[in-house]
Design a protein around this ligand. Structure first.
Ligand SMILES: [Mg+2]
Length: 278
């Protein structure tokens, strides 16, 4: 096997890696691990499919948990979704994600509708979505050629009790099957753009980056195909590696670890903190 290059940058999933679930309590050792990256000058970025919190609130929850992060460390599906809609002039949207975020979309200049014509149906995590709410999207998809914008397509996630709940991937599968004339797109992981945006953010080439996630199926396959080193941690969605049985061997993660805290930390990017080897 080709020798891998030294790691010069790190991309991190949030839930299941830094924090265990939507309670946002840190995984043991995770705060110290990320703090060490900062202290060593290793660039890092959070690559998040979170659609439950406004980006500022998401970062505030992580700061409260002790992580050294700012909004500059975040590349998220919510913001990619915003950009996709703005670039295509989709202003009237039917938001079927977290109802608490309706004002978020309004603050950004969108006109959220609950029924009536719209240009895009937008999906995020919503444990309260009803079949009736999904029905409301049918005229938009079938009669108005509205786009179906999936902020992500995770089939399930862990809620604030650590319980598995159906994610927007389930609603996306149902609404995509309707066969509307608009586009069906996914902006978050596993689509490539969120990964390449994160690489640009840290300014490190894919083959010198370590991507760490609790989801080897939906998140790490893309990272590995883009050339990154991948690490699967067992501190989130999957308590063991049985899930890898469904993956082709070339998509398996390079590293499997109980949690972030026990993964070997990348060396400093600062040249003067140790003897140099020439
Ligand atoms: Mg995760």
């Amino acid at each position: 096997m080709k020798k891998r290059k030294p790691i010069r940058g790190v991309l991190l999933d949030i839930e299941g890696v830094l924090v265990r679930d939507k309670r946002y309590r840190p995984v043991a050792g995770a705060v110290a691990w990320v703090t060490a990256l900062r202290d060593r000058g290793v660039p890092y970025c959070l690559v998040s499919n979170n659609t439950t919190f406004r980006p500022a609130d998401l970062i505030a929850a992580l700061v409260r948990a002790g992580f050294p992060v700012t909004e500059d460390h975040l590349v998220g599906a919510l913001d990619l979704g915003r950009r996709w809609l703005v670039e295509r002039g989709r202003r009237r949207i039917m938001w079927l994600g977290n109802p608490d975020l309706v004002d978020y979309w309004r603050d950004l200049g969108f006109a959220p509708v609950t029924d009536g014509p719209c240009e895009a149906v937008v999906l995020g995590v919503n444990t309260r979505v009803s079949v009736g709410a999904l029905d409301q999207a049918l005229p938009a998809l079938l009669d108005q050629s509205a786009d179906l914008v999936c902020l992500h397509r995770n089939p399930f996630f862990l809620d604030e009790k650590g319980e598995r709940r159906l994610g927007p991937g389930a609603w996306a599968a149902a609404l995509a099957a309707v066969g509307g004339a608009g586009r069906v797109i996914t902006v978050g992981k596993p689509s490539e753009k969120i990964y390449t945006d994160a690489l640009n953010r840290i300014g490190v080439a894919a083959d010198e980056v370590l991507f760490i996630s609790d989801d080897p199926v939906n998140y790490l396959v893309t990272a590995r195909r883009l050339g990154m080193t991948t690490a699967f941690v067992l501190s989130g969605k999957y308590p063991d590696h049985a899930v890898l049985g469904g993956l082709a061997e070339q998509d398996w993660p390079h590293i499997i670890s109980n949690s972030l805290g026990v993964i070997e930390r990348p060396a400093s990017s600062v040249a003067d903190d140790g003897p140099t080897k020439d």
